[in-house]
Design a protein around this ligand. Structure first.
Ligand SMILES: Cc1ncc(COP(=O)(O)O)c(C=O)c1O
Length: 440
């Protein structure tokens, strides 16, 4: 009998369908696996936009949204235990579902989710032993800098801060004791680009066991996959783009080596920093809209960067041709992201701009759907002392803009008004220009 939809059947209709749709896998034999519970990286993939939203679970009622297993313990069927889950510190189905989903999104064999981005770095740092050397950047996120300083003074770890934007400077300090190279690109707030493949090659040459670790928070897996560029470990603050709404704290670690995955799982289970079931559910929900959010945020950021540059401000954004490492950035990443910074040449002028903005909330962090404005040297990077900031050539007047999904014209109008109110621009009949143009 014919099927009601096709109105035909039999071998001739099958060959007609094949002829009409030569590239469509009509029988579905070659479809990529669903993110859960199948193994994460089986080679066959949908485009990332599809993978982000497509997820299946093994819920008994086929719930469309993964259930929140809000429980600390799981009853066992035998006196000797042995069930898949027993205690949420060690594992929880909501967390596992998220981890498998993220492993796919991050092109990894294994992902682990913890209570914050800093908890992720802390877990990674527990791979090190006293005497091990770490080579890292001189424009690191302030919190990462603080943790490394603590480990240096309390854990016997030797830390070298170098300008990671020049691979040869990294190479100069690499040696067989270098156990880890810790990179961030673009750096923040100076928006400097780091050549991951080149540095990874140098590091593995100096010590084949060296763990090249990349903080991918600024780019998110939508725009950059460090594991495909030679990194051994990638981590992100899930508080930012992955979740997107500044309503949770989370950290994600991803690796391809299963042994390394087990070594990273150990401190999570031992200390109990695994992400809670409710936050795992929230992060799972946030991840699904990563592409639409980032596309809009990035398009807005490009317009705002061009607006500021065209009025004479020194703007740091890898979407601008004037960025000195434009080519390098785009050789690794699929977009410029949505964080940019600009300078006014005067700290009090910068303060007035920040305080005059209305749509732009004065806030640390980034990756939220709302636009944020801040002075990193006063806020997110204040944990780096003034002397070190000076040594690292961090301009005290730098303003960071973390662009959200609002209407770009509204954001530009608000910024224009703040620039005028703060006295940062000279207004004439021909328009307006920065009081202290970048070329001065
Ligand atoms: C680049 C970067 N890495 C890591 C972190 C730490 O993440 P969390 O705040 O989730 O601990 C942050 C936080 O701002 C960050 O900006």
């Amino acid at each position: 009998m014919s099927s009601p939809s096709s109105g035909q059947s039999g071998p001739s209709s099958a060959s007609a369908l094949k002829k009409a749709f030569p590239h469509v896998d009509l029988d579905g034999h070659n479809l990529p696996p669903s993110p859960a519970p199948s193994s994460p990286n089986a080679g066959r993939r949908y485009a990332l936009a599809t993978e982000l939203v497509y997820t299946e679970g093994s819920d008994q009622y086929n719930a469309s949204s993964v259930p929140i297993y809000q429980t600390a313990t799981f009853k066992q069927t035998s006196g000797s235990g042995g069930a898949e889950y027993d205690y949420t510190r060690s594992g929880n189905p909501t967390r596992t579902h998220l981890e498998r989903h993220l492993a796919k999104i991050m092109s990894a064999q294994r992902a682990l989710v913890v209570s914050s981005g800093m908890a992720a770095l802390d877990v990674i740092m527990r791979l090190l032993r006293p005497g091990d050397e770490v080579v890292t950047g001189d424009d690191l996120y302030g919190g990462s800098n603080r943790l490394l300083t603590y480990l240096k003074t309390h854990g016997g770890i030797v830390v070298h801060h170098v300008d990671t934007t020049t691979p040869e400077k990294v190479q100069a300090v690499l040696n067989p004791k270098t156990a880890m190279v810790l990179l961030e690109t673009p750096t923040n707030p100076l928006i400097k680009i780091v050549d991951i493949p080149k540095i990874a090659a140098f590091a593995h040459e100096a010590n084949p066991n060296c763990l090249v670790t990349v903080d991918n928070t600024m780019m998110s897996p939508l725009l950059l996959n460090p594991l495909e560029l030679g990194a051994d470990i990638v981590y992100e603050s899930g508080t930012k783009y992955l979740s997107g709404h500044h309503d949770l704290m989370a950290g994600v670690i991803a690796v391809n080596d299963p042994t390394l995955g087990e070594r990273l799982y150990f401190p999570i289970n031992a200390s109990g920093c695994g992400l809670s079931p409710f936050d795992s559910w929230l992060l799972m929900r946030g991840v699904k809209t990563l592409k639409v959010r980032m596309d809009q945020q990035q398009a807005n950021a490009q317009r705002i960067a061009e607006f500021l540059e065209s009025h004479g401000f020194k703007v740091r954004y890898p979407g601008l041709r004037s960025h000195p490492q434009y080519e390098l950035h785009h050789s690794m990443a699929r977009g410029a992201g949505a964080v940019l910074s600009f300078e006014t040449g005067d700290i009090s002028l910068s303060e007035r701009i920040v305080e005059s903005a209305k749509l732009w909330a004065i806030s640390v962090s980034f990756g939220c759907v709302n636009s944020l404005i801040s002075m990193p040297c006063r806020m997110s990077h204040a944990s780096i002392d003034a002397k070190t900031r000076k040594e690292r050539a961090m301009p005290e007047d730098i303003i960071r803009l973390c662009v959200g999904i609002e209407d770009a014209d509204d954001l530009i109008d608000d910024l224009r008004r703040a620039l005028v109110q703060a006295g940062a621009v000279n207004v004439s009949l021909d328009g307006f220009q920065a009081v202290r143009p970048a070329s001065d």
